[in-house]
Design a protein around this ligand. Sequence first.
Ligand SMILES: Cc1cc2nc3c(=O)[nH]c(=O)nc-3n(C[C@H](O)[C@H](O)[C@H](O)COP(=O)(O)OP(=O)(O)OC[C@H]3O[C@@H](n4cnc5c(N)ncnc54)[C@H](O)[C@@H]3O)c2cc1C
Length: 394
Amino acid sequence: MSEERIFDEVRLWLADNWREDTYAGDDGRLRWRRMVHEAGYAVPGWPSGEGGLGLDTETAKQVERAFKQAGAPGSGQDRTNIAANTVRQYGTPTLKAALLDDLVTGAAVTCLLYSEPGAGSDLAAVRTRARRDGDQYHVAGQKVWTSRAMEADYGLLLARTDWEVPKHAGLSFLIIPMKQPGIDIRPIHQINGESHFNEVFLDNALVPADHLLSDEGDGWRVINTALAYERLIMAEGAAERRASGKDGHADLIALARRHDRLADPCIRRDIAQAIAWRRLNKWNAARAKRIAAAGGVSPLMSLGKLAMSRILHNDARVMRAIIGSSALCDGPEQADAQDANFRTLHAYMNSIGGGTDQIQRNIIAEKILGLPREIEIDRTIPFKDSLALAPRRS
Ligand SMILES: Cc1cc2nc3c(=O)[nH]c(=O)nc-3n(C[C@H](O)[C@H](O)[C@H](O)COP(=O)(O)OP(=O)(O)OC[C@H]3O[C@@H](n4cnc5c(N)ncnc54)[C@H](O)[C@@H]3O)c2cc1C
């Protein structure tokens, strides 16, 4: 199908079906997302037997363009839904039949159970243990910084199933049901007043054996696919736009106009630079998306994520420059200052979540620039022996 034809077809479908008030409330949202999925527009790039339309990247993009133009949500899950894409790629047929539709429509909410107190940047060092007994895994350990754990129905869990092999080879990736007695979730309170993430304690939590993605011991490969989707989303700034409901550079112009700073040459230069960085990053993200659509995992995703981190910090800096000394104020009666201050703190989310800026630089250095690998003395020894090298932090 041609790009113009699919665009027109989707536009007509939206004109017949999309009304903002039908999207109100949890029920309305779910009903709408189910309709989008049934029409094949939620995952247009997936094969038709799996809920998609089998469209190539460029044609699938037209579906998203039509949705964006109408202000309708629900499309583009084939790029932005970490859980659905990872389960589709590595899940057993039973798991896919049971879960995939709910993941695409958002009927099932997920969280990412990766980081631990002693395993963040060095993610392959996770110590949460999963032991198979018959048709179940028994899981014990602690995760931290888990976004949305409270609402989640399922967690994407990275756990250690083998302690006798080097750290990357002993990991497995499981989809764990979150609402069960073996899981205790405690919220963490943040500097910006939000409580976005949690500590998760797993004490004999159970996972059905067919919730294993790929094979036991192949968890490192699976998580790299899941991380690539996460980095692509962060590179696009989708999370930021969702949170603010605004587009960054348009904000800067409007802000400068409101504060009568649009004629200031330094402010104009800073805004122009901010727009240029965003434009450039959009093109890089488009290249990365094309590689992802062809089933690849590209270091370009690290480049895009690092660039977005720089963009968000820079946007917050320019906002403060525009506002001037009143940026020191805060509170609802100082809406612009409050927004600038929130963005200043919130920018760190992109610099840390999904792998820090420094880790993205390591990936770019090794995988794009071809520099020598970072020294890792525990890379080739059995994981159990590495515990003596790096005592657990208390
Ligand atoms: C908003 C947000 C949401 C998050 N959501 C989740 C989630 O849902 N699930 C989840 O599992 N985790 C989540 N995280 C956790 C995140 O993935 C980790 O914080 C991140 O990977 C860094 O790990 P760490 O905090 O243990 O820092 P550490 O790994 O201890 O790093 C500390 C510092 O040392 C630097 N550093 C470490 N190793 C190297 C190295 N080899 N080379 C150069 N510098 C290095 C780091 O860059 C960092 O500056 C989230 C984090 C944020 C901020």
